[in-house]
Design a protein around this ligand. Structure first.
Ligand SMILES: [Zn+2]
Length: 287
């Protein structure tokens, strides 16, 4: 059964580790992430962007697929199904469809409007027992066609949003989506410390987990980050493994064109990447 992300994140915050959010794109992705979590006895959050939601046929399709897998693959570790960077309308739709967690990203609104809309979504999410992630200060890079520059969130604004009763808070600390450029300055840890100071107990979320050096990830966790989003890295390892399979001509040998064979190396590559991240984040055996 899907669970809200609240308990797993509070536990992670107290235990000084982070739970990974791995974004899913299709059945193979979902199965790979769920099996990796089960095999490593780790809690996990499945992230779905609005674009991926459309791609997979809609939110109800995803809820049906995930719930089916939890039962039939006998997944017993805590799993949350979470909307990533949701719009106001998207948040309402996933709550209706049966997700167990939702991010409302109002970072592109004025702080007053962000507060107002976040408040409304919190009320509805709470009634249905979902966890809620809010965002202050847009995360740089590109996600689903939405481009932003690496911003540093204002600690006072973070406090205003955290005090509304959000389950977790994403705040920009120089992190960006996608691959990091060579001239990236790194995470701003003094900004993170100030945000932690201002927001108290709320678990913090680090977006753009692909390509952040390991020591920075560990320092971020020690400063209150309890959820780390990974998306691009699984895409890169899936693509690399699939490319290898085709470039070595395996799809032309025997029944190598069978999708169950063609997609198998990519599936295994996602599982390996997820395991690697769970090790780094410290969530193994924390289910
Ligand atoms: Zn993000």
């Amino acid at each position: 059964m899907l669970v809200s992300a609240k308990d797993m994140l509070n536990k992670a915050r107290d235990g000084k580790y982070a739970v990974g959010q791995f974004n899913i794109n299709n059945l193979e992705w979902t199965k790979a992430v769920l099996l990796a979590a089960q095999e490593n006895n780790s809690p996990v959050i499945l992230g779905v962007s609005e674009g991926a939601g459309k791609y997979m046929g809609g939110y109800k399709t995803i809820v049906g697929m995930v719930n089916g897998m939890l039962e039939e693959l006998k997944i017993t570790v805590p799993v949350a199904l979470h909307l990533d960077h949701g719009s106001y309308e998207g948040a309402l739709q996933v709550i209706e469809a049966g997700f167990s967690s939702v991010m409302f990203d109002g970072s592109h609104y004025s702080i007053d409007e962000n507060i107002q809309k976040t408040k409304e979504i919190i009320k509805i999410a709470e009634e249905k027992g979902l966890s809620l992630e809010a965002e202050v200060g847009s995360i740089g890079g590109e996600e689903d066609g939405v481009v932003g520059n690496g911003e540093i969130a204002d600690a006072a604004e973070c406090k205003l949003i955290a005090d509304l009763g959000v389950t977790m808070l994403a705040a920009g600390i120089g992190n960006i989506h996608g691959k990091y450029p060579e001239n990236w300055k790194g995470l701003d840890f003094s900004a993170l410390a100030a945000i932690k100071d201002a927001t108290g107990d709320v678990p913090l979320v680090l977006h753009g987990g692909t390509g952040i050096p390991e020591d920075m990830i560990k320092q971020a966790i020690s400063l209150g980050v309890a959820k780390i989003n990974v998306n691009t890295e699984c895409q890169l390892s899936f693509a690399e493994a699939t490319r290898k399979y085709i470039e070595s001509g395996k799809d032309l040998q025997g029944k190598g064109f069978d999708p169950r064979k063609l997609l198998a190396p990519g599936f295994e590559a996602i599982k390996a990447t997820v395991k690697e991240k769970m090790e780094l984040f410290g969530s193994i055996n924390q289910a």
